[in-house]
Design a protein around this ligand. Structure first.
Ligand code: PLP
Length: 397
């Protein structure tokens, strides 16, 4: 069944301008994505089939516990890891906090942890809190990719106890060289932590299991918000952060969100199947064609992370000098399109994005960035309508 979304329309139907349809065309999937029909279906089925608490001793309880176990095995097959290393969480913020709490508790006081400077704040903030001066930030290059030379030249001097590098950046879509990092760190047996939030459901995930630690969540690829997971290194005795219950083998207290997990796995399996039919390389070429049209249309605009491999769904652009991103976002919103900013206007109160400034852009340049992020369901009509709207806005700026 073809999924119906906020924005898809059959290409044969003449399209009304978005503001007349009363519906937004949604280009902010890196923030969150609407619930996919396969997730909804799995969620509704789970609510009916598994009314029990997975910790309860009766049949309802064991059915729910078995369903969670099957889902764990399913995710382990997708990630290519052991099911027992996976625990369910309320999302990636919790998973990142939990992992950093664990490292803070278990690593010696003279240990070093290297963390890429463009990680999501939900990894950066707990790393500062739990590891303090044990953290060193890995610089990124102008194209947004972490500096592997910085890593390789330091590895042999004093290898760190852990390296954290996200799979793909949420603001720029830049794909990080996590597979190369795994090769570099293997001889030193340094554990690698990978926040795979923006990668999952968009890129094939089988190789991710080589990372010792992985965090993920459902709502970036069509699952429900408030559902995610942490995959730990094999045989880890995790120091739980949320305590007061023996759920998840004592690693995370609190009744599990069975329906949420079922919904997440329902859509993740759908996405993995989609990736067998539609190659991500084709989607990347489609993105490149759109970028060329936008660059021609908006003289003075620039692509962020241009020379780096980037997720097929994300375009991060510096808008022409004359205007700041907030105005673009507001104007596009009025025209019926939801896009996002990487950071607020430099003249505004909020700070410039740490991601864009780490790439060497000035705070004022960072204030001109907008992020357009699509999903599998985004149609050529949706893109054409957005490009048309941007041309109209640019003409009257
Ligand atoms: N990590 C990355 C890279 C993200 O983009 C996000 C969400 O924006 C998170 C972590 C947090 O995920 P969640 O919303 O599930 O807490």
């Amino acid at each position: 069944m073809k999924p119906k979304t906020l924005h898809s329309q059959s290409p044969s139907k003449p399209r009304k301008p978005p503001h007349l349809q009363g519906a937004m065309i949604y280009f902010d999937h890196n923030a969150t994505s609407p619930l996919h029909p396969s997730a909804r279906e799995a969620w509704l089925a789970a609510v009916e089939q598994f009314p029990g608490n997975p910790s309860s001793p009766h049949r309802f309880g064991s059915r729910a516990a078995n369903a969670l176990q099957r889902a764990r095995e399913q995710l382990a097959r997708i990630l290519n890891c052991h099911p027992l290393d996976i625990l369910w969480t309320s999302g990636a913020t919790e998973a990142n906090n939990l992992a950093l709490f664990h490292f803070g508790q278990t690593l010696p006081s003279n240990a070093e942890v290297w963390i890429s400077s463009v990680e999501h704040p939900c990894l950066l903030a707990p790393s500062k809190r739990h590891l303090g001066t044990r953290v060193r930030f890995i610089p990124v290059q102008r194209n947004g990719q972490v500096d592997l030379h910085w890593i390789s030249t330091r590895l042999h001097k004093k290898p760190p106890s852990l390296i954290a590098l996200m799979a793909a950046n949420n603001e720029t879509g830049v794909i990080q060289p996590w597979q190369e990092l795994l090769k570099l760190t293997a001889p030193y047996e340094i554990p690698v932590f990978c926040d795979a939030v923006q990668w999952l459901g968009r890129m094939p995930s089988h190789a991710l299991g080589q990372c010792d630690w992985i965090s993920g969540c459902a709502h970036k690829f069509g699952g429900p918000r408030g559902t995610g997971f942490l995959k730990c290194a094999p045989n880890t005795k995790l120091h739980g952060q949320i305590i007061g219950g023996e759920q998840e083998d004592g690693r995370r207290a609190g009744t599990e969100n069975v329906a949420g997990v079922m919904a997440m796995m329902g859509v993740l399996c759908t996405r993995e199947e989609e990736m067998k039919k539609v190659l991500t390389e084709e989607k990347t070429q489609e993105r490149e064609r759109i970028e060329q049209r936008l660059l021609q249309l908006l003289p003075g605009s620039k692509l962020i992370g241009k020379s780096a491999p980037r997720l097929w769904n994300t375009i991060a652009m510096l808008m022409p000098q004359t205007d700041c991103q907030q105005r673009w976002v507001v104007k596009l919103d009025k025209a019926g399109f939801a896009v996002s900013t990487g950071s607020a206007c430099s003249s505004g109160k909020e700070k410039a994005s740490h991601v864009i400034t780490a790439m060497g852009y000035t705070p004022s340049e960072a204030g001109r960035m907008i992020r357009i992020s699509s999903q599998w369901e985004t149609s050529p009509n949706d893109w054409n309508a957005l490009i048309e709207a941007m041309a109209k806005i640019n003409a009257v700026l």
